[in-house]
Design a protein around this ligand. Structure first.
Ligand code: UT7
Length: 329
């Protein structure tokens, strides 16, 4: 069985910034409150002419260029997103066309903040099973398009961004995919959702007037669930592989709230240098957070070939996921 190895990473964030000071002018909030409760200082916001496929394309291009391969070599493209350009065609089709990835198939994967972890799991199995030699996983979200900038409890949290990882077949013994655990708990569906725009509640004047095309969240319910599950799933996955938290080089968690990450790190007994946090600069970019945080870890030299890295996420659904890899380049 071939190893599934991550061989390249690319990210993209649009240049526009939304600061806490900007938000102070939009809703009743303060920089102090946002920093203390979430750890966020700025978020990137896409210009009106840019949609999720554009962010995804830019991130994909960087990954392919860094790897020095042509898009025609891709077997599949998985776009993890909750903000597709349109419900259909899939954003993966738009990205495939723009990249010129002739011969690749693909699909959009809706798992909210766990999207990128689910995408990595899927790609690892497509590669390990021998179906494809190269699968591109993209996490991309333009959250600013579904955020209500009159709702202070959600508008402070989210930003736009994208990242892509290339998962390739490697030789046995190459650093690569170790294991995963993914779960869903649909009983938590009401805690975080965009109520309208689907077949249950199609768009109407009423749904627009009632602001139902935006993110609605029970923040505390999501917070409590996230803290519990991030720890539980991480520990379970490590134990199953005869590892303890001290054996991992880095935990790269979904970036939803600095306090969720710190609580997880504390419960796992991780030291500060084992945890990547960059929520201060990007906010919660949903499927984009893990590749964006990984980019920081690679650029700063904190993540090197062969290091054990644990990706963990909890998101709307509820969706929960963890992936254990030896970093591949
Ligand atoms: O990726 C998965 C997606 N989401 C998450 O993981 C988010 C999980 N939840 C959270 O991060 C936190 O629950 C929030 C950051 C959303 C909220 O923080 P909190 O510490 O749970 O605050 P809270 O909802 O308990 O609200 C405390 C107070 C309330 O006022 P009262 O009722 O005590 O008077 C809120 O109205 O803070 C108020 N509040 C704000 N105040 C200033 C809520 N949002 C703001 C705000 N600025 N932006």
């Amino acid at each position: 069985m071939p190893t599934a190895r991550i061989t390249a990473l690319g990210t993209y964030t649009p240049p526009g910034l939304l600061t806490n000071q900007d938000l102070e002018r939009l809703v009743e909030t303060t920089d102090d409150w946002i920093v203390e409760r979430t750890g966020i200082r700025t978020r990137h916001i896409a210009p009106p002419e840019m949609a999720t496929s554009d962010l995804a394309y830019e991130a994909a291009k960087v990954a392919l260029t860094r790897r020095g391969i042509d898009a025609t070599e891709l077997g599949a493209i998985i776009v993890c997103t909750v903000t597709p350009d349109m419900l259909f065609p899939a954003t993966a089709c738009l990205v495939q066309d723009r990249l010129g990835a002739k011969g690749a198939w693909g699909f959009d994967l809706i798992a909210a903040c766990s999207g990128f972890v689910y995408g990595l799991t899927t790609a690892a199995h497509l590669v390990k099973g021998g179906a494809h030699k190269k699968v591109l996983v993209i996490g991309a979200d333009t959250m600013s398009r579904i955020i209500d900038y009159t709702d202070r409890s959600t508008c402070i949290l989210f930003g736009d961004g994208a990242g892509a990882m290339l998962v390739e077949a490697g030789e046995p013994g190459d650093p690569g995919f170790i294991d995963f655990t993914n779960e869903i708990d649909g009983s938590g569906g009401d805690a975080l959702k965009m109520p309208a725009g689907g077949s249950r509640m199609p768009a109407s004047h009423k749904t627009v007037d009632e602001r139902l095309h935006y993110v609605h969240q029970d923040g505390q319910a999501v917070f409590k669930y996230a803290v519990r599950k991030m720890q539980e799933i991480s520990l379970g996955l490590l134990e199953r592989n005869n590892l303890s938290p001290k054996d991992i080089k880095l935990l790269i968690p979904h970036q939803a709230n600095r306090r969720i990450i710190m609580a997880t790190a504390e419960r796992l007994g991780l030291s500060a240098d084992q945890v990547v946090i960059n929520i201060d600069r990007f906010g919660n970019t949903t499927a984009g957070t893990i590749p964006l945080a990984t980019e920081d870890a690679v650029q700063s030299g904190r993540l090197k070939k062969g290091d054990i890295v644990l990706f963990t996420a909890v998101g709307a659904g509820f969706t929960v996921g963890a992936n254990l890899w030896r970093w591949g380049f």
